[in-house]
Design a protein around this ligand. Structure first.
Ligand SMILES: *Cc1c(COP(=O)(O)O)cnc(C)c1O
Length: 396
């Protein structure tokens, strides 16, 4: 099998699995228990908190453990909205191509009377700091803009946006789920007030994540109960998953440069190879993107058929967000960067990592070329294009 869907989830790393198993076997007490065996679990959490804080240049007491990226996004956004509403500030700025964990939370707030302004994304999949600056108003209570897009991998100018927000005293949250463990994160340099992370996107376990919240960023607990996480997130901690997440992030950060060098070379080769397929287009800026992300549209192709035929060849890929697959709507991300419906339907996301090889990349290129040609040959619409009865949208 060739796994090229690391943006959907990653395989747990050896260090993470070992840390998790050790914890399940030896440190399974309740961290809230007062006896020594429970306190051992508490110590494991404390040490994981310190490790994660060090990876992103935060203070340990600014790290809150959650059930993953979705919960972190929800908590950050709802918290800022609650604080804003108290001051009669109900304007929130975001972008049209956020993850649904952000977009759906904003939709809910809109129904509660908040005004949501979604910035347009440029065709290259990047928004500009000036767009944010122009959108900020006196009643803006939050700017939330993703660090790296989960479908097209484009990286946003977070540090510049953060500087603007700080100057205007508007809280700034970023969904860094695709960025963490893959590109460097320094919450000081980025000028962010809150930042979401999910372990299973960097070789940790599923169902665990982090919300980084700077001391001035007031959190509202969205899960009521015990006093865990300073009363901001109730529920007995998922100790094995938390410990494994710290091990995975630490490992990813230590190997970041070496991994990226390897992955970048593979990505460039993959893009060059797929670019040779006629009537194809790379989605998102070629340079301002995650090292492992490749996303193409192929005219005249239906993304789901492409995926199923690639699956027959043992290649795991995606048409975009795993959350939208199964629905027939084209990706909101591709529509946001201006792809027309007909082209957006034919999308393919390949997200590779350091475990992939040159051989994988060569096999992917030839498999995609073959499948695209096969599907086009079967299509009456494609024949109409070839004999001039219909126009092509993309250039050959
Ligand atoms: C995967 C993902 C999420 C959701 O994270 P979960 O841990 O699966 O809840 C949120 N935002 C982005 C950008 C993602 O890629």
């Amino acid at each position: 099998m060739i796994y090229a869907d690391n943006a959907a989830t990653t395989k747990m790393s050896r260090v993470a699995i070992d840390a998790m198993v050790n914890c399940m076997e030896n440190i399974w007490g309740n961290p809230s228990s007062l006896y020594e065996f429970g306190q051992k679990a508490k110590e494991a959490i404390t040490s994981a908190r310190e490790k994660i804080a060090a990876c992103i240049n935060a203070e340990p007491n600014e790290i809150y453990f959650t059930s993953g990226g979705s919960e972190s996004d929800n908590q950050a956004i709802i918290s800022a909205a609650k604080v804003g509403a108290k001051k009669n500030k109900r304007h929130i700025i975001s972008t049209a191509f956020e993850h649904h964990a952000v977009l759906h939370t904003l939709k809910k707030l809109e129904a509660e009377g908040f005004e949501i302004e979604l910035l347009d994304v440029h065709e290259n999949g990047v928004i500009t700091p000036a767009q944010v600056e122009n959108a900020i108003r006196k009643d803006t209570c939050l700017v939330t803009i993703m660090f790296a897009n989960n479908e097209i991998g484009t990286i946003q100018p977070i540090a510049e946006i953060g500087a603007i927000c700080r100057a205007k005293k508007v809280p700034f949250h970023t969904d860094a789920v695709q960025a963490a463990g893959h590109i460097n994160i320094d919450v000081q340099k980025l000028n962010v007030d809150a930042l979401s992370i999910s372990a299973h996107k960097f070789h940790g376990a599923k169902g665990v994540g982090v919300l980084y919240a700077r001391k001035n960023f007031q959190l509202t607990n969205i899960i009521e109960g015990g006093a865990q996480e300073k009363g901001k997130r109730a529920g007995t901690e998922n100790v094995p998953a938390i410990v494994a997440m710290a091990a995975a992030l630490d490992d990813a950060c230590k190997n970041l440069d070496a991994n990226n060098k390897k992955v970048l070379a593979l990505r460039e080769k993959l893009i060059d190879g797929l670019n040779k397929i006629p009537y194809s287009i790379l989605n998102g800026d070629r340079k301002k993107r995650l090292p492992g992300n490749v996303n193409f549209c192929f005219e005249g192709i239906e993304g789901e058929s492409l995926l199923l035929l690639l699956d027959d060849k043992n290649i795991c890929a995606s048409s975009g967000s795993a959350c939208t697959s199964g629905s027939l709507d084209p990706s909101h991300v591709l529509l946001a960067i201006g792809r027309v419906h007909e082209v957006a339907h034919g999308s393919l996301r390949l997200s590779i990592d350091e475990n992939n090889t040159e051989d994988d990349v060569e096999k992917i290129i030839s498999a995609v070329a073959e499948v695209v040609e096969y599907l086009r040959n079967m299509s009456p619409l494609w024949k109409d294009k070839l004999n001039g009865k219909k126009n092509f949208i993309l250039e050959a």
